[in-house]
Design a binder for this molecule. Sequence first.
Ligand SMILES: CC(C)(COP(=O)(O)OP(=O)(O)OC[C@H]1O[C@@H](n2cnc3c(N)ncnc32)[C@H](O)[C@@H]1OP(=O)(O)O)[C@@H](O)C(=O)NCCC(=O)NCCS
Length: 143
Amino acid sequence: MYTLSKPTLNDIKELLKIENECFTYDRLGYYHFYYQIQQRQIFIVSNLKEIMGYISIRFRKNYVYIASLAIKKRYRKKGIASFMLATLEKSYPIMKLDCKRHNINFYHKLGYKQVCIKYDYYTDGEDAITMEKDITCQKAGQD
Ligand SMILES: CC(C)(COP(=O)(O)OP(=O)(O)OC[C@H]1O[C@@H](n2cnc3c(N)ncnc32)[C@H](O)[C@@H]1OP(=O)(O)O)[C@@H](O)C(=O)NCCC(=O)NCCS
């Protein structure tokens, strides 16, 4: 059993731990989380014991950009990231993000489409794949 909620500034320490566990490159720092919490642009997923992961977003004019998404290793492959995305997609029907190649299939499974490649995007030299899901478009196509 887990729930999605907005973190408080008291959660930053735990968010930084998750960041260190989940990423070896381009890690987000204290001020990212501080700013995102103040802006109410970050959600955590928690069970009764702890924060299991987070999603950090940015509100753009016509869509929501996913700045980061991470789930602690011991909670992965249980549908938790999918649950977070599905919950946000109900409020924000157009979502975009950049990801590494090894995560493309994760987003494909959830209906995201590849829209472009940004070469040498990450500090470790890997490319970023820009992915997008536009639920308004999908609905129009199904009619
Ligand atoms: C990517 C990540 C957020 C996925 O979280 P998760 O909670 O394990 O994802 P889910 O359980 O909702 O996975 C949904 C499906 O995608 C699959 N999947 C998960 N991660 C995958 C990956 N990296 N590549 C391909 N498929 C993946 C799952 O097996 C599952 O498939 P199924 O429905 O057939 O069982 C998590 O692995 C993570 O935190 N990784 C490290 C940080 C990271 O890379 N974040 C993404 C930045 S863009």
